[in-house]
Write a protein that binds this ligand. Structure first.
Ligand SMILES: C[S@@+](CC[C@H](N)C(=O)[O-])C[C@H]1O[C@@H](n2cnc3c(N)ncnc32)[C@H](O)[C@@H]1O
Length: 278
């Protein structure tokens, strides 16, 4: 797929979401937008792209749905293992010691998709049991896509989704059988609040002790990655930890963060760089 309508759409998607589409992603645009074109009663995706280019402000809601349709929402519980092992075995124990006076922990799970990531983090906090008894714990989970956030908030997963990453023991402890699927238990659900947020806009208010931003920057160009990471550096506590996806890094992107030796995927704020504490 090529031409001025396609190029115009690619620019809009990048400006609105950061997602970079190139000519060889034409097949993706075709497959993701076909259902929307049909729902609009249009002959096909080329007509939809033309409408988006010619429609001006009146096509804004349709454009929003088209941009959201281009996002990949793949996620599963305890994805990649290592970040969750590092969180439970290293980052949280350090923070529990460092926050003994305030007994407060704030975690931001950015680009959380359908919720498996923030609920995995919630399970780890719950499994720390007595160590965090009486603490104020907050997991703020955000995504730009409202439909996927709705699914996350519902906290309902099929047998297949639950099998991806959860042991039977964790499933039985933290989920409740509901018809053909499983619903997150109220105990776990109460730890997580969901809200819409676009990574291209300002960071969330306040300071977070841990930020998860995994498997989304991979779709951005280097300028957008840098801008997002620099905003995150201003929102992360000085001794906090940033988790990126296994194919993502700060190297060659920004010096606001540095690698953590022996802990792949975990980044710390570079001392004295872009920092603001509460
Ligand atoms: C592949 S999922 C990653 C989910 C989860 N973090 C994980 O690693 O399993 C990427 C998510 O990023 C979201 N996303 C894409 N661009 C975004 C943006 N500019 N702001 C916020 N979320 C965005 C998509 O809606 C999608 O749900």
């Amino acid at each position: 797929m090529t031409g001025p309508d396609f190029e115009h759409f690619c620019r809009l998607v990048k400006d609105r979401s950061g997602l970079v589409l190139t000519a060889h992603k034409g097949y993706l645009v075709e497959s993701r937008l076909s259902p929307l074109a049909r729902a609009e009663g249009l002959a096909g995706v080329p007509q939809l792209l033309e409408r988006l280019r010619l429609g001006g402000a009146s096509v804004e809601p349709l454009l929003l749905r088209c941009v959201e349709a281009m996002a990949t929402h793949e996620s599963f519980f305890f994805r990649d293992g290592t970040p969750f092992n590092l969180l439970a075995g290293r980052v949280l124990p350090q923070l529990v010691e460092a926050r003994a006076a305030t007994r407060t922990l704030r975690i931001w799970c950015a680009a959380c998709s359908s919720g498996q990531e923030p609920y995995s983090i919630a399970i780890l906090l719950k499994e720390m049991g007595g160590q965090l008894a009486g603490w104020r714990l907050e997991i703020v989970a955000t995504d730009m896509s409202r439909p996927i956030l709705k699914k996350a908030e519902e906290g309902f997963y099929s047998d297949f989704e639950v099998r991806r990453g959860l042991t039977d023991a964790r499933r039985d402890r933290w989920f409740v059988r509901d018809g053909h699927g499983w619903r997150v238990s109220p105990e776990l659900r109460s730890l997580v609040s969901f809200r819409p947020h676009n990574l291209l806009s300002d960071s969330l208010p306040g300071v977070f002790d841990v930020v998860f931003c995994r498997n989304v920057l991979i779709y951005f160009d280097v300028e957008q990655k840098r801008a997002v990471l620099q905003r995150m550096a201003r929102t992360l506590a000085e001794d906090g930890g940033l988790f990126l996806g296994s194919a993502e890094t700060v190297l060659g992107v920004t010096d606001a963060f540095e690698l953590t030796p022996g802990a792949s995927g975990l980044f710390r704020r570079a001392s004295g760089k872009a920092a603001r504490t509460a």
